[in-house]
Design a protein around this ligand. Structure first.
Ligand SMILES: NC(=O)c1ccc[n+]([C@@H]2O[C@H](COP(=O)([O-])OP(=O)(O)OC[C@H]3O[C@@H](n4cnc5c(N)ncnc54)[C@H](OP(=O)(O)O)[C@@H]3O)[C@@H](O)[C@H]2O)c1
Length: 177
């Protein structure tokens, strides 16, 4: 039996290679790609994000476009002071707050709680850490036509995709380790 959950990395990047801005939330993907992301969320047990993403984007991290169950939200970072008004505190689904940077330990803990598949949704630091430690089974990367100009660089996956799809103007590439 696998000791860790299956790990899917998912992110969107601008055509000039940024995942986001350090000052404000930037929407990248089109509505069809967003719906696909929500469908993927209904197929997994947990979503992992870093604290900067929560504080900057205040993401909902649910399947609110109508695709069944929402996964548990797992937020990584030390001394996380997230206002009670933020979506991750709304109690619609549980949120787990994880303070240490020890990813292998986190994965064992999630597996022991019955989480068999998780999706890592950002931001750049968290995704880069999973890639660096080679703790991933699949990556789903959207590239959009929009340019951001400056901001936080998107992680790089140094291999060719096994599949490429077009979702209107968005490109979706699937990578395997
Ligand atoms: N385009 C997309 O798909 C997408 C998705 C999500 C976010 N974003 C964007 O990404 C940006 C935020 O990314 P970010 O890189 O600044 O922040 P982040 O990855 O969201 O959070 C980073 C923080 O997580 C904590 N952390 C916990 N465990 C860690 C570990 N093992 N390794 C590294 N850090 C760990 C660290 O804080 P402590 O040291 O305090 O613990 C670190 O500062 C925003 O612009 C957001 O909009 C884009």
């Amino acid at each position: 039996m696998n000791k860790r959950p299956k790990i899917i990395i998912k992110y969107a990047k601008s055509s000039d290679g940024f995942i986001g801005s350090s000052q404000k939330q930037v929407w990248l993907t089109n509505q069809y790609s967003k719906r696909l992301t929500h469908k993927w969320r209904s197929e997994i047990d947990g979503i992992v994000v870093g604290k900067n993403t929560v504080l900057l984007d205040n993401p909902n991290l649910t399947t609110r476009f109508g695709f069944g169950k929402s996964p548990i939200r797992i937020i990584l970072g030390k001394s996380i002071l997230i206002p009670n008004t933020f979506f991750v505190k709304n109690g619609i689904v549980n949120s787990i707050f994880w303070e240490t940077h020890d990813i292998p330990k986190l994965l064992l803990d999630l597996k022991s709680r019955g989480l068999n598949t998780i999706m890592i949704e950002g931001g750049a630091s968290i995704i880069s850490e999973f890639l660096l430690q080679n703790l991933w089974d699949e990556a789903r990367v959207f590239t959009v036509e929009k340019k951001i100009g400056n901001g936080i660089k998107a992680p790089k996956i140094d291999r060719n995709p096994i599949n490429t799809h077009k979702i209107l103007s968005d490109k979706l590439e699937i990578f395997k380790p």
